[in-house]
Design a binder for this molecule. Sequence first.
Ligand code: AMP
Ligand code: GLY
Length: 423
Amino acid sequence: MKILVVGSGGREHAICRAIKKSKKTTKIFCANGNAGIAQIAECVAIKPVQITELADYAENNSIDLTFVGGENSLALGMVDEFERRGLKIVGASRQAAQLESSKSFAKDFMARHKIPTAQYKTAFSTVEAAEILEAGEFGGEQSPVVVKADGLAAGKGVVVAANRAEAVSAVNELQNLVGADAAQKIVLEECLFGKEISLLLFSDGKNFALMPPTRDHKRIGENDRGANTGGMGTITDASLLSAELTAEIVETIVKPTLIGAEKDGFPFRGILFLGLMLTENGVKVLEYNVRFGDPETQAILVRLESDFVEICEAIIAGKLNELSIEWQAGSSACVVLAAENYPQKPRSGDVIFGLDEVEKSNDVFVFHAGTDQNETGEYLTAGGRVLGITATAKTLAEALETAYAAVEKISWNGMQFRRDIGK
Ligand code: AMP
Ligand code: GLY
């Protein structure tokens, strides 16, 4: 099969690797890829948001299956366009993608289908949001409130404000932070407390299969200090989620979400990512994403033993229930190496040293994100998050040790990473 992957990050490198392992794959194409992806796929110079061009490309090149990495393509209706043309594709439809592309849509959906989440109120302007806060309609004067831009904001649209005054200034700053479009509506939310966990699943609309639970580390600095990023590292480990909590999540969140989506007319086919908070009052949904996470995927897919392409075909055919999806026992860890000045204004063009040494090892996977290669074959930094050094092992401690041992071999001018992933 000829398979097209849409995206250019570490997530897409991990997806391409999983596809490469499949006995069904004859050739991988990736739009638009990166220097690591180029080692296993033909990179195509079409951006993930160029929906029509991508559909034309798939038609003209007899692509058998397309897999969409990121939310922007999905929110623009890429899956709808491909399906309209009879092209096979895995991902959420435009309507289903609203679970991620509009926070107020997602909150109303959860309220309608009684899915546990934080109390909330949607404001239709900055002025209304400030009025709601100042009238004490939401949160107390000294209690924390969460302020969220409604639209896609690449991780920048959420402010956990310590008190009402901070929440009001967050509301007033939101448009500057994420742009007028994403902040057209503002969701005000009760602040939840507890441990955060991400649970991803494959869904064919009716049947689903959970992936190993994972935890992300979002802040740039150790001990969760400093600016928010796309994610500086992830782990998968059975200890993140007990069998009891998993069963609670399936009954109170997963099933009602899939049944609710079907009832509302947009059966969810693709990858569903649940951002969850384990609170004293049960597990609650912080957010839905309608795609694989980055860097969650790097840590998850290295443990997948089943054929990824067969899973994709089962999602499209509505036959996930006929597959038994196997995962390698144990744990995994992904440590992100970022460029100088990430996440503000990352510097590009630094030569990356030490990659050859790492790539010789069997339990270590180097996923490229923002990388490029020059004429002499040297790898260069070309973005904020540059590499995701990922390892699997029998225990989390070993996976972390192996990943960090590999990290020590890699360097470039200004390289940043956190030493406390998985701690
Ligand atoms: P989201 O994009 O909605 O997942 O929000 C990003 C991050 O903000 C989450 O990973 C949480 O750390 C935090 N957050 C979001 N909603 C809440 C909430 N209701 N209470 C506490 N923290 C939250
Ligand atoms: N790492 C968080 C995300 O992909 O949304």
